[in-house]
Write a protein that binds this ligand. Structure first.
Ligand code: NDP
Length: 355
């Protein structure tokens, strides 16, 4: 199902106080879009700690409250637009205890809802309005009168009117203009984590290994960096794939290239990759295919607590640390130590003025 502007009624939001928790990538874009859709400024509150994000919101004329608990008390709708890893701590401790019993909580990512890391009252509505677009584009496309891809779902219908609210809010931020796709926190989380933990790691690995093999064959670092990504050819290929079709874009390539790519891809046996991908989805992400038995079995590990969620929750606090105490920094150091990483550093230093 795809929802358009005509499916949404903005009157549902009349007199509602709408709170934006966070004024970062998504918060700043969505709050401005919502206001430009006709929601009165006095009905919008931005909650943010006193820093440059708060100053940015103030400079754009928003009412800013530095006290999350206080802001939550008057809100009918809360957009949860702070980073996913801090949402449980901030929402459960400061916001949830002060929210109205019939509040609508809006998430822009399914992760915390799917893994049941946020505490909601059964009487509240929980909806997902998840743009598939970075915040600056959410804003610039709205300003151009265009829509952007977005997933929408009702995760908890406490009031019986959650869908109505979800669609009105989607329309207000500009998400139904090009069509908002009915989805779920489960689907959104599965696809997001799968891309992050299965698809892109394999792509990074393929580039890393391809680089080493070609370097061993005598190709220069400079030529390799440009050939493989710095020319932006791969970016262009993906742009064409989005516009014309994943396979059809190949027609822009030379005949030799088309033959090589199509023939090569068909000749590759994908079964090992398929098993590897299933393993990551089932065990690491913790999402198995829907089976009737799964849904009936209360012990079913189906959805909850994939290994990744458990492991990530153990390191979340360390992500704010400096140096090697931050596991993300360690991963960067290790990744940059690869042949590809080292070569790129040299090439970038050498071509600094040209890039
Ligand atoms: P940002 O990283 O841009 O969020 C920054 C905001 O969060 C600032 O207002 C910041 O204020 C606040 N914040 C950060 N840490 C804390 C904290 N510990 N306590 C309170 N406030 C904090 O987030 P995004 O906009 O990228 O993401 C928001 C949501 O949108 C997430 O659920 C994300 O998955 C989703 N999303 C993001 C997309 C994107 O393109 N970025 C795309 C689609 C969905 P301060 O530091 O001053 O406290």
């Amino acid at each position: 199902k795809i929802y358009y502007d005509a499916d949404a009624n903005l009157d549902v939001l009349k007199d509602k106080v709408i709170l934006f928790l966070g004024f970062g990538n998504q918060g700043a874009a969505q709050a401005q879009n919502l206001r430009d859709s006709g929601i009165p400024n006095e009905k919008i509150i931005v909650a943010n700690r006193p820093d440059h994000y708060a100053e940015d919101a103030k400079s754009r004329g928003f009412n800013v409250d530095h006290d999350f608990a206080n802001a939550a008390k008057t809100a009918d709708v809360v957009f949860l637009l702070i980073p996913d890893q801090v949402q449980p701590r901030v929402f459960n401790n400061e916001v949830a205890p002060n929210l109205k019993d019939n509040a609508v909580i809006v998430v822009a990512s399914g992760y915390n809802v799917f893994y049941k890391l946020l505490k909601f009252k059964p009487s509240q509505d929980v909806v997902m309005v998840a743009p598939r677009m970075i915040g600056s584009s959410v804003r610039s496309l709205y300003e151009k009168g265009k829509g952007f891809p977005c997933f929408v779902s009702v995760e908890q219908d406490g009031t019986g009117k959650a869908l109505e609210s979800a669609l009105a809010l989607s329309r207000a931020i500009g998400a139904t203009k090009a069509g908002a796709i009915a989805s779920s926190a489960r689907e959104e989380t599965a696809m997001d984590l799968f891309a992050e933990q299965a698809l892109w790691p394999n792509i990074i690995m393929l580039f890393r290994e391809a680089f080493s093999v070609l370097k061993e064959a005598g190709c220069s670092d400079e030529a390799l960096c440009y050939e493989m990504w710095m020319s932006k050819e791969p970016a262009e290929i993906f742009e064409r794939a989005a516009e014309e079709g994943f396979i059809q874009q190949l027609k822009h390539h030379s005949t030799v290239s088309q033959y090589g790519q199509l023939n090569g891809a068909l000749a590759l046996d994908g079964s090992a990759a398929r098993e590897h991908f299933k393993h990551i989805l089932n065990n690491q992400v913790g999402i198995r295919a829907y089976v009737d038995d799964d849904l009936a079995d209360p012990r079913n590990p189906q959805v909850l607590n994939g290994k990744f969620c458990q492991e990530f929750s153990k390191i979340e606090d360390d992500l704010e640390k400096e140096g090697d105490a931050n596991p993300l920094n360690v991963l960067y150091t290790k990744s940059e130590a690869s042949e590809l990483g080292q070569a790129e550093k040299r090439v970038r230093a050498r071509l600094a003025g040209l890039l």
